[in-house]
Design a protein around this ligand. Structure first.
Ligand code: IMP
Ligand code: MG
Length: 178
């Protein structure tokens, strides 16, 4: 599929699944090397990161655990600025090596919120792993420690990311057509 229509917007193929998977495997190897013997706790940020977290963790061949947190910050095509925690983390992060697994860092406000939140709970360390990073949109100092792909400031969907709830099921990543 070269083009998809979601509600009022058209999107064109941007990053094929093969490229996504290759870059995730690279990130998984880096994390596994750095976190060996640390039993890291991966925290998958729902909804957007579910597909990334699934492929990432399959590539990590060390002892590790995974938990889930659910946030909401985006409305349509815009970062709303206000972050709502819809479902909290069940696991205790105290003395744990935490790796936050996020779909995308755009303005960075969501990530900044999470890093501050977890750092206040006395973890052994907090690292950031993201599938996508828009460096030109960053408004905070929360750069990823591990990143599969850097992209320009275009709005994208697919591989877990949505436009108004749609497009998460697409296995490739699409960008909005201007
Ligand atoms: P931030 O707080 O501006 O960094 O936004 C982070 C959240 O907004 C991410 O976790 C995504 O869920 C969502 N988001 C940011 N950029 C996009 C995009 O291009 N497409 C879909 N969702 C996005
Ligand atoms: Mg997200």
């Amino acid at each position: 599929m070269i083009e998809v229509q979601l509600k009022d917007k058209k999107f064109e193929l941007f990053i094929p699944e093969k490229v996504i998977i290759k870059e995730i495997e690279r990130v998984a190897k880096d994390i596994a090397r750095d976190m060996k013997d640390k039993n890291p706790l991966f925290i998958c940020v729902l909804n957007g990161a579910f597909m990334f977290a699934s492929d990432l963790i399959k590539g990590i061949d060390i002892l590790c655990e995974i938990g889930f947190i659910r946030l909401k910050s985006y409305q349509g095509q815009q970062s709303s600025g206000s972050i709502k925690e819809i479902q909290g983390l069940v696991e205790d992060v105290e003395n744990r090596h935490v790796v936050i697994v996020e779909d995308i860092i755009d303005t960075g406000h969501t990530m900044s919120y999470m890093v501050n939140k977890f750092k206040a709970e006395n973890p052994a360390s907090v690292k950031i792993a993201c599938l996508l990073f828009k460096p030109n949109a960053l408004e905070t100092d929360t750069k990823p420690d591990y990143c599969a792909l850097e992209i320009p400031n275009d709005f994208i969907v697919g591989y877990g990311l949505d436009y108004d709830g749609l497009g998460r099921n697409l296995k490739d990543i699409y960008k909005i057509k201007s």
